[in-house]
Design a protein around this ligand. Structure first.
Ligand code: UGA
Length: 467
């Protein structure tokens, strides 16, 4: 993880506004909350719970991370998190000790990693390890465990069986999936579309729902397996929307239509909605690729072939690679060509490189014999792909480049002085993998410009002129 960097003002104010809008009703009683795992989900959950007024104890097994947190340092990049953590420091405790956490908590969120295993199933060893640890501390535990990590449907049942087998009859279990987006996590937490609470014991569900009372959010109460499925189905549906619009974009390129306007037109239908219809070079990150594969795997393990998800994954893989074809169309053989990758993170507003399109692109370009120079306002290395040069500024990356690829739609990329920079490039070719730039302005500035599903000169203005 890279160091947090200064946050643009609009992001600060959006987060601050979301927090300020929260007001606890008079009936609200703060609770003693524990969080297992001070990773991305755990930290955001813990800090936001403290902001709601709860006493929060976060436990992690990484001594360096706990020491850093105790020093007031935030080990991840998430806009607004450092300020919120500092503001509510008196309600936040960080510890290595599970015993200490249990002494101080009645409701314990589990927020450990569930990475994909070689088979594509979610690896639950960290979740199960925690239950074992809890069992070793003795059968007196009376906490309610709340699953925040994304886990396959059926995990709740497995955990319940493990608890019973170890004599932990007094421990409750609730599924409460998270729907936070990296980069917007605090605003998403403070202003959720819904809070899903899956439990078999209604009193446990009430107590977990009580934690969220200040948010006055819509609460959906379900069984544990249904809550687990809501999470997977939501991520898989959003990923499907993205692969769908990406295929529409590819067809638009063939028939001379503009995908951005097509998406606007589709989005005007309230049954469809405009969100997640931004065509580009595919989805990445720690959630969609992992969760779509895990749901496909889960279906397969239960004897059902989830054909649609197989295509969603395949379309996403091919979408990243289509950029190579576009580069070859304009440059010919890529051997020796200098290609600038603008943006390395899987999306703007984060330093997360998991399943970032930049990794696949850089790997493919190097295999084609190209020289790759990357730049990102936050990410300062491209681990896992050797031979990539990292430039200190976007201008340096563009200097002498034969083409630039917009990989991440950071505002810093759109704000570049493109008119001036065309002269710095060896060949003024830009492949805009996120449709972040204006095709007409780029054409006027002298670029050979190609977006995704947007033909040069066919911006919104171009469409209207034709009409
Ligand atoms: C996603 C979900 O949006 C959250 O609701 C969920 O809680 C989270 O996964 C999770 O399971 O933890 P996140 O991975 O942070 O959140 O990022 P998104 O903003 O959803 O973007 C995911 C990817 O889709 C990015 O690579 C983004 O560039 C891409 N995307 C998104 C598109 O290509 N087009 C779009 O229209 C939207």
């Amino acid at each position: 993880m890279t160091e947090p960097h200064a946050m643009p003002d609009d992001e600060t104010s959006a987060t601050a506004e979301a927090v300020a809008a929260v007001e606890a009703p008079p009936s609200f009683t703060p609770a003693r909350v524990g969080v297992i795992g001070a990773g991305y989900v755990g930290l955001v959950t813990g800090v936001c719970m403290a902001a709601l007024g709860h006493q929060v104890t976060l436990r992690d097994i990484d001594a360096r991370k706990v020491a850093a947190l105790n020093d007031g340092q935030v080990p991840i990049y998430e806009p607004g998190l450092d300020d919120l953590m500092a503001e509510h420091a008196q309600r936040l405790t960080y510890t290595l000790s599970l015993e200490r956490l249990l002494d101080r908590s009645d409701i314990v969120f589990i927020a450990v990693d569930t990475p994909p295993s070689y088979s594509g199933d979610a690896d639950l060893s960290r979740v199960m390890g925690f239950v074992e640890e809890l069992a070793n501390l003795g059968p007196e535990a009376r906490q309610i465990l709340v699953m925040k990590s994304t886990v396959p449907v059926g995990t709740g049942r497995r955990v319940r069986q493990m608890l019973e087998a170890r004599g932990l009859h007094g421990v409750g279990y609730v599924s409460n999936p998270e729907f936070l987006k990296e980069g917007d996590a605090i605003a998403d937490f403070m202003n959720p579309d819904r809070v899903v609470i899956g439990a078999s014991d209604p009193e446990h569900a009430d107590r977990v729902a009580g934690l969220y009372e200040p948010l006055q959010a819509k609460i959906l109460r379900t069984s544990v397996p249904t809550a687990e499925m809501v999470k997977y189905a939501s991520n898989a549906f959003l990923a499907t929307k993205i692969s769908f619009i990406n295929e529409i974009a590819n067809v638009c390129e063939e028939v001379g239509a503009d995908v951005a306007v097509v998406a606007d037109g589709m989005g005007m239908d309230s049954r469809i909605g405009r969100a997640f219809l931004k065509a580009g070079i595919g989805f990445g990150g720690s959630c969609f690729p992992k969760d779509v594969t895990a749901l496909k795997q889960l279906a397969g393990n239960s004897g059902y072939h989830f054909q649609l998800l197989t295509s969603v994954i395949e379309v996403n893989e091919l979408q990243k690679r289509r950029v190579i074809g576009k580069l070859k169309k304009h440059l010919g053989d890529l051997r020796g060509a200098r290609i600038a990758l603008l943006g390395l993170a899987f999306k703007p507003g984060t330093d997360d490189m998991r399943e970032a399109a930049s990794l696949v692109l850089a790997g493919r370009l190097i295999a084609e014999g190209a020289q790759v120079v990357g730049w990102d306002p936050v990410v300062k290395s491209l681990d896992g792909v050797s031979g990539v040069q990292i430039a200190a500024t976007a201008e340096q990356a563009l200097q002498g480049a034969d083409a630039a690829v917009v990989v991440t739609e950071w505002p810093e990329v759109s704000a570049l002085e493109w008119t001036r920079l065309s002269g710095a490039m060896n060949r003024a070719v830009v492949i805009d993998g996120r449709n972040a730039l204006d095709p007409e302005l780029m054409a006027v500035a002298g670029y050979t410009y190609e977006g995704i599903g947007r033909l040069p000169g066919l911006g919104i203005g171009g469409e209207q002129d034709q009409g």
